[in-house]
Design a protein around this ligand. Sequence first.
Ligand SMILES: Cc1cc2nc3c(=O)[nH]c(=O)nc-3n(C[C@H](O)[C@H](O)[C@H](O)COP(=O)(O)OP(=O)(O)OC[C@H]3O[C@@H](n4cnc5c(N)ncnc54)[C@H](O)[C@@H]3O)c2cc1C
Length: 396
Amino acid sequence: MDYETLILGAGAAGMMCAAHAGPGVLVVDHARAPGEKIRISGGGRCNFTNLEVRPERFLSQNPHFCKSALARYTQRDFIDLVSRHGIAWHEKTLGQLFCDGKATQIVAMLLREMQAAGAELRLSTEARDIGHDGSRFTAVIRHDGRDQPVRARSLVLATGGKSIPKMGASGYAYDLAAQFGLALVPPRPGLVPLTFPEGRFAALAGVSLPVRASAAEAVFDEAMLFTHRGLSGPSILQASSYWQEGAPVTVNLLPGGRLGQILRDKRRREGKRALTTELAEHLPQRLVAWLAGETDLGGRLGDLSDRRIDALCATLEGWELRPAGTEGWRTAEVTLGGVATAALSSRSMEAAAVPGLYVIGEAVDVTGWLGGYNFQWAWSSGVAAGRAIAERLREA
Ligand SMILES: Cc1cc2nc3c(=O)[nH]c(=O)nc-3n(C[C@H](O)[C@H](O)[C@H](O)COP(=O)(O)OP(=O)(O)OC[C@H]3O[C@@H](n4cnc5c(N)ncnc54)[C@H](O)[C@@H]3O)c2cc1C
């Protein structure tokens, strides 16, 4: 079976690439359904892009690599596509765009686009023995116990990262990239809850509040959630992508920055009020009760010295925490690291040393913030490779 292009992975990036890669495309996926991560994303409504997409919101060893693809297929382009397919959407918060209906509308849209481009999709199909015979890429694809050899001029690795192995995430792209001599940035879990030694926050499980969480140079103003195993919520998931093992995460529990002024004002006007009663006006009651067991919150407002107010603010606004680790691949929303960008063209995603080999989506060492950024990278990198393949076919 000869094809122009063999795409491994019918996820967000692979399907988008197939819709743009011109004639003769075969897409192979070992899952029973395409785009499974799209289906479960955004609580079933798919946060498909973000109005605020910009290169600084992506992590990579080369922060410039993502610029070209993101500029040539933007969030506006994807919004136009979604709107052309009659899919209703809304902005939730922080520029995050979601379907009004179900995430499966996005999967159906991509399948229609693939169909219109004439791409063939084989599901429940494994690809093995990937190689190159000197003129074309070769593979054996297996479906229902039957093997079939395949040859293709171009090979696209779109099998994603390692997060959520239960959903078929495999790290396959890394093995194949290594087989063709491409370097890897060690993959690690990103957008993932942070864990703390047994029971540290167990009493607070379920408590949520708006905070400012920072790790390394990154700062995120969003909600934080205490869990039985540690900390989660958007601010922590975001910070987790920047966190390095052994380093601290700093949490400002009162990001408004007004606690000191409030305590000084109320010290005069409501001096008999207990400090814990006042703090419970600004923080969840359960958290105040827990903090009272960790640090001295005794006494009344009228008894607070300036020094004690300053020390209290420093504690609550700069709470330094040292996570023991993360919840790992089981719950990580994305994979940091992956195929090193140094090996790839930022315009086409093609490997410089292996003409015809492309790597797209999460398999590449480009990882976005929480909030639609990772799908935008999948769309943009998928289109970049697809257009480059189609262009080459037109020139041939
Ligand atoms: C729970 C969850 C929620 C998310 N929500 C959002 C969100 O709302 N917004 C957002 O921007 N991002 C979200 N993400 C991240 C987003 O889903 C990914 O970044 C994106 O799907 C990556 O696209 P991809 O095509 O590179 O990989 P994937 O979408 O993971 O697709 C890879 C495909 O390759 C197939 N595959 C894997 N190994 C093999 C193999 N050996 N042989 C054949 N096929 C194989 C898989 O079955 C899969 O179909 C979420 C992730 C998770 C886990």
